[in-house]
Structures are given as structure tokens and as C-alpha cells.
Design a protein around this ligand. Structure first.
Ligand code: KIV
Ligand code: ZN
Length: 384
């Protein structure tokens, strides 16, 4: 089995569904081009039947993207599929992503239907999509809560109908990582034609487990991950691209890799955050403002002695200039001395205690001490 993990970015579809995050067509094209440079394999550009604006965006992205496959979402409905095929007609590598609810909750309450009917509709949709494009992905919505034997039958049926990828979304972010692992393993072992398609992980973050579930899925045999920049998406969001890319890069023993150029991650995170008006939380893994900031004395001391004591990746690897030492009342003498030396002060050992006491008083008062505050403090001390 190949060790390449295909990265399917859905920032412009699942991510853009977030209220207040809507983008205009030029912003979408710009982000799609950056995603292409980042090295994602598939860009889900939108849901063409949903609005004339989304249709035009998918059409424009199809023309603009040079390397990645461009994908359009549909329901398992003929008109959706026809409209998506039309929007994708200029794509160098088009993919139609069609599907239907697979859990009994979806089958009963969304479709007022039966498993047999859903299976037939799924097969018909895949066959119809294949009349337009060779690359058809099928999504079994709410696969996370679907009956596993039915899911296996559905997976086998859509692969026989021509699906190249089968997406098994945990739409409600319900599963635990060990459950995800077991479910994907079950499909890998019980779907006779599973080797004819790629299984895909599409996890939502309602319990904060989207990334963990995605990694569990690929260790069980899935070979595509559906992700968004900064993990944006419906409700608590989708799996974050930067987390999965860095986990696979750092944990080389998993033997899996992506083609993501990791040094583009932080700049692209900022671009998406600004254009979508969606701030990145300060402690967000990989791309948050504090991801490479050290503020307690113990950590600062260790970091200054040897960065690997408190960092498992370099900031440059993800496109951040450098790590930060934040000076607060929790900082120690080592960090203070280091910063003063960077500012050009040579501190004698016997002066450090005095400077440090005054620094602590100031830090208690103003919380974070910056370079300007330090220069002022040193001037005051030198005048005494
Ligand atoms: O979460 C989900 O199930 C989806 C599908 C439409 C792929 O976004
Ligand atoms: Zn989703």
C-alpha cells in the first residue's frame, strides 16, 4: 500500500460555510492558487448548484489551478451532478464529489427512506457522475454513526459503480480515535474491492478529536485526508491541515507522507484568517501566535540552553521567523539577561539580581515587558 497521503483541502467549501467567512470570487481564486502552491492534491472549490456565485467560483478556480485536482460537491441528485460537471469543465483534473446520508438517523429523518433505497441512489449518482468525469468521490454522510455492515455494503457498491474515492465523514464529530481506527480497519478487511479505491477521512471537531481521528484513520489504511486551513468549518470546525501535515512530518515512524510545503503553513494561515475575518486562537497548534512563544522561567531557561528541550519542530519549518521569549513576571533571570544582551547591554553577574527585582516589579504592574520598557528601565538604573 502506498505511503502517500492525499491532501484534500475543503477550506473553500466546508470552511467557507462558516457564517461571516464568505469570500468573493477573487479571494477564492487567490486562496486556491496558494493551496496549489502549498502542495495540496485536491481542492474542493465549492458546491456549484448551491448558488450562481458558487458555480462561477468553481468555474474560475478550475481555470486558475495548475496542479491540483479541482472538486465540486453535489448531493446524489442528477441536476446537482450535471451542474457540477459543467462548472468543472475547464479543470485540468476534475473530480465530482457526490453522496448521501448513510446513518439510520439520516436515512430516517432526512430522507424518510430505507437503507436499500439509499444504496440504490448512491450507486445511481456515482454511475451518473462517471458519465462526466473519471474521478468520482462518494461521501457516505454521517458514516461515523452508520451501521458498519451497511457502510461496508455501501462502500463496496459505490466502488463497483465507479467511485475512485470513498469518503467516510464523521459529520457530527462523534467518534473516538480507537473507534475510527476499528471502523476503517473493518472496511479495509471486509470490503472485497476496497483496493480499487482510496478511503478518505473527513472529520469534524465537535469533541476536539478531528485531528486525532484523522490520524487514526490513516494508520488503519485510509489514504486521503479532508482538511481546512486553521481547521475552520461547520460548528467546531474540520480537521486542520497544518496539524495533520506536521504530525505526519514529525512522526516519521508512521511511514506516511504528504506533499505539503510546510514552510508555507503560517503565511497561508494568516492569509485565510484575514480574508475570512476569522481570528486564529493564540494557542492553536502550529499556527497560533503562541505556538513558538515561551513565557515561563523554567521553559525559557531550557529553551535558551537548547531549543529542542521545549520545541518539537523549528518555527522556520512552518514559516514562522523565530521563536519568542515573552517577558512576564513568570520569566527568569536567564531570559532577562538574554534579552538585555540582545539589546546591547552587558550585565555583570552582581547587577543582575538588582535589575531582575526591578524587572519583576514592572512585570507585575504591566504584565508583559517589551524592549522599550527594558531600555527605559536600564536608563533609570544607570542614572541612579
Ligand atoms: O461533513 C460532511 O459530512 C460533509 C460532506 C458533505 C462531505 O461535509
Ligand atoms: Zn463536513
Amino acid at each position: 500500500m502506498s505511503d502517500k497521503i492525499y491532501v484534500f483541502d475543503t477550506t473553500l467549501r466546508d470552511g467557507e460555510q462558516v457564517p461571516g467567512c464568505q469570500l468573493n470570487i477573487n479571494e477564492k481564486i487567490m486562496i486556491a492558487q496558494q493551496l496549489d502552491k502549498l502542495g495540496v492534491d485536491i481542492i474542493e472549490a465549492g458546491f456549484p448548484v448551491s448558488s450562481p456565485g458558487d458555480f462561477k467560483a468553481v468555474e474560475a478556480i478550475s481555470r486558475a489551478v495548475e496542479n491540483a485536482t479541482v472538486c465540486g460537491l453535489t448531493r446524489a441528485v442528477k441536476n446537482d451532478i450535471q451542474v457540477a460537471a459543467d462548472a468543472l469543465k475547464h479543470a485540468r483534473r476534475p473530480r465530482i464529489h457526490t453522496g448521501i446520508g448513510a446513518s439510520d438517523t439520516h436515512i430516517k429523518y432526512k430522507f424518510n427512506s430505507t437503507r436499500e433505497d439509499i444504496l440504490q441512489r448512491a450507486v445511481d449518482a456515482v454511475k451518473y457522475a462517471r458519465t462526466f468525469v473519471e474521478d468520482v468521490e462518494f461521501y457516505a454522510e454521517d458514516a461515523g454513526r452508520a451501521d458498519i455492515e451497511f457502510l461496508a455494503r455501501l462502500t463496496e457498491a459505490v466502488i463497483s459503480a465507479g467511485a475512485t474515492v470513498v469518503n467516510l465523514p464523521d459529520t457530527t464529530g462523534y467518534l473516538l480515535p480507537n473507534q475510527t481506527f476499528d471502523r476503517i480497519s473493518y472496511l479495509m478487511n471486509n470490503v472485497p474491492n476496497v483496493d480499487k479505491a482510496v478511503l478518505s477521512m473527513h472529520n469534524h471537531n465537535d469533541l476536539g478529536l478531528a485531528t486525532a481521528n484523522t490520524i487514526a484513520g490513516v494508520t488503519a489504511g485510509a489514504r486521503q485526508v479532508e482538511v481546512t486551513i486553521n481547521g475552520i468549518g461547520e460548528r467546531a470546525g474540520n480537521t486542520s491541515l497544518e496539524e495533520v501535515a506536521m504530525i505526519l512530518k514529525i512522526h516519521k515512524h508512521l511511514g506516511l507522507h504528504t506533499d505539503i510545503r510546510s514552510e508555507m503553513l503560517a503565511p497561508l494561515s494568516q492569509l485565510v484568517s484575514k480574508t475570512m475575518r476569522m481570528p486564529v486562537q493564540a494557542n492553536k497548534a502550529i499556527v497560533g501566535r503562541n505556538a513558538f512563544a515561551h513565557s515561563s522561567g523554567i521553559h525559557q531557561d531550557g529553551f535558551l540552553k537548547h531549543a529542542e528541550t521545549y520545541e518539537i519542530m523549528t518555527p522556520q519549518e512552518v514559516g514562522v521567523d523565530k521563536s519568542d521569549i515573552i517577558l512576564t513576571a513568570r520569566s527568569g533571570r536567564h531570559a532577562l539577561k538574554h534579552r538585555l544582551e540582545l539589546l546591547g547591554y552587558e550585565i555583570e553577574k552582581e547587577d543582575l539580581n538588582d535589575i531582575y527585582d526591578r524587572f519583576l516589579e514592572l512585570a507585575d504592574e504591566i504584565k508583559e515587558v517589551n524592549d522599550g520598557n527594558l531600555v527605559k528601565l536600564m536608563k533609570e538604573l544607570q542614572n541612579i
